[in-house]
Design a protein around this ligand. Structure first.
Ligand SMILES: Cc1cc2nc3c(=O)[nH]c(=O)nc-3n(C[C@H](O)[C@H](O)[C@H](O)COP(=O)(O)OP(=O)(O)OC[C@H]3O[C@@H](n4cnc5c(N)ncnc54)[C@H](O)[C@@H]3O)c2cc1C
Length: 441
């Protein structure tokens, strides 16, 4: 690895972007991600590498098992196993059979892009698409399953169909492989899919990473333009305050719409491609109640309100059950999400209207009528990039254009996955690319 002088320029007054935890009145409130899954090991491995092994926390057992859907003004359990699925009333018998028939349906030979909605309808039937696909997409993308691209949003699922001919067969096959691998290594078999965080919240991870930098990030530096001199080959980065920084290579990891603004002068066509990646809007509303004021059990992860129900909220996470010891004794912390692709209007509501709407939903779903003892509202006007149909081709075009600018690298969650795991994976890829580039400067 060549020795590089790395400068991190950050517009805000703290690191982490959407990944940050507020610590107030004894509550830990996540303003963005609530954790990361172990389906991909990248964030877990990085956490261990930077010495945070002792501060990692796994979500509670109940959070892994109990999840609900908010349908018809009531919470319905999401089946956690085969018998529960057969007994559940989420799908009709016809709908259940259609889903189970997935393993016998032939695979698609057409290689054009396909929406998540079309994929699930084709493989598992209309009811599975309306109930499960919408809920899954609401929970991760808060987007429209008819617009989102399956191979861009869920590459693993597309791969399972290609490899095994069926997603159900694919999951079973992958679990068998993991079991055999664990046995070979003499380790107990663990199902992947658990959620992880840190003592003190996601902020612990961000602070851990920041502390490892040789040079502390420079805060309050909002980049305005980036330009490369054809003569020297050096990049000049200008901040809002007209400060200038020179570099051999630059990595832009601000949101896509901002990357587009910064690159507009250097390459208008590239900037146009990047600017076309849409974002949704999301409001996070954290509410705490006295334990005695919450009549419904909160043992579980929480609930999702599928977006086709067009409710005033997208779902609620039962934070104090997911990660215990993050609230004062005798209290319950809930985190509602609202907005998303179809209800962006909600994000514009003032605090009083938003709180009243969420409380009305909580009254229906969880019979909570009491006033919250604490609340926090965070609005993300551009929350999560939406990988719409054509996203993969767009990213390929963006990357092909970016190559024409030696030393320019583009990262962040707009290209290769929105989960924290995808971002940590991409971070390593980008670091290697920078190192390679610097070897040849
Ligand atoms: C509400 C919410 C909940 C989520 N929940 C989960 C979850 O549970 N699990 C999960 O895996 N993922 C989750 N995600 C997704 C995940 O958090 C994000 O994809 C990831 O954190 C994005 O990281 P990023 O660095 O690409 O972008 P950001 O976090 O947006 O960071 C961009 C940074 O660029 C800075 N910046 C912007 N403009 C400039 C400029 N001109 N000059 C300098 N700096 C600039 C910003 O200040 C910011 O610090 C969630 C996201 C949201 C919004």
């Amino acid at each position: 690895m060549p020795t590089a002088n790395v400068r991190v320029l950050e517009a805000g007054d703290r690191p982490g972007g959407t990944a940050w935890s507020l610590r107030e009145a004894g509550f830990v409130v996540e303003i963005g991600p609530n954790g990361f899954l172990d389906t991909k090991p990248t964030t877990l491995n990085l956490s261990r590498e930077i010495g945070l092994t002792d501060r990692l926390v796994q979500s509670s057992e109940s959070a892994a098992k109990n999840r609900y859907l908010f349908l018809g003004d009531q919470l319905k359990p999401l089946p956690a196993g085969f018998t529960a699925f057969l007994q559940s009333d989420l799908l009709s018998w016809r709908g259940k059979l259609s889903l189970l028939w997935e393993r016998f349906r032939g695979k698609r030979t057409d290689t054009t892009d396909e929406s998540i909605d079309a994929f699930v309808r084709r493989r598992a039937g209309n009811e599975a698409a309306d109930v499960f696909a919408d809920a899954l997409v609401t929970g991760i993308y808060a987007g429209d399953p008819k617009l989102l691209s399956l191979p861009a949003c869920f590459p693993r699922i597309a791969e399972l169909e290609r490899e095994y001919g069926s997603v159900i067969k694919g999951f079973a096959g992958a679990a068998k492989k993991r079991r055999a691998e664990a046995q070979k290594q003499g380790l107990p078999y663990q199902r992947a899919g658990k959620m992880w965080s840190f003592q003190g919240g996601m902020r612990t991870f961000v602070e851990g990473l920041t502390a490892r930098l040789r040079q502390a990030p420079e805060y309050g530096v909002a980049i305005r333009t980036v330009r490369r001199s054809a003569d020297s080959g050096m990049w000049t980065v200008h901040g809002e305050g007209n400060e200038a920084f020179e570099a051999d290579a630059i990595v832009l990891t601000c949101p896509a719409w901002k990357q587009a603004e910064l690159l507009a002068e250097a390459d208008e066509a590239l900037a146009g491609q990047i600017a076309a990646i849409p974002y949704n809007r999301v409001a996070v509303i954290a509410l705490a109640f006295r334990q005695g004021d919450v009549p419904t059990s909160t043992e579980g992860f929480g609930f999702i309100a599928p977006q086709n129900t067009r409710r005033d909220l997208l779902g609620v996470q039962w934070c104090s059950s997911i990660y215990p010891n993050r609230v004062p004794d005798g209290t319950v912390l809930l985190r509602a999400m609202a907005g998303g692709w179809h209800r962006a209007d909600v994000v514009d509501w003032d605090d009083a209207k938003l709180l009243a709407a969420i409380r009305a939903e909580l009254r229906l779903a969880m019979k909570i009528t009491a006033e919250p003892i604490f609340n926090k509202i965070i609005r993300w006007n551009r929350a999560i990039p939406q990988y719409h149909l054509g996203h993969l081709e767009r990213v390929a075009r963006i990357e092909a254009s970016a190559v024409r600018h030696p030393g320019l690298l583009l990262g962040g969650n707009a290209y290769h996955g929105v989960a924290l795991n995808d971002c940590t994976e991409q971070g390593r890829v980008l670091a290697e690319r920078v190192a390679n580039f610097l070897r040849h400067v």
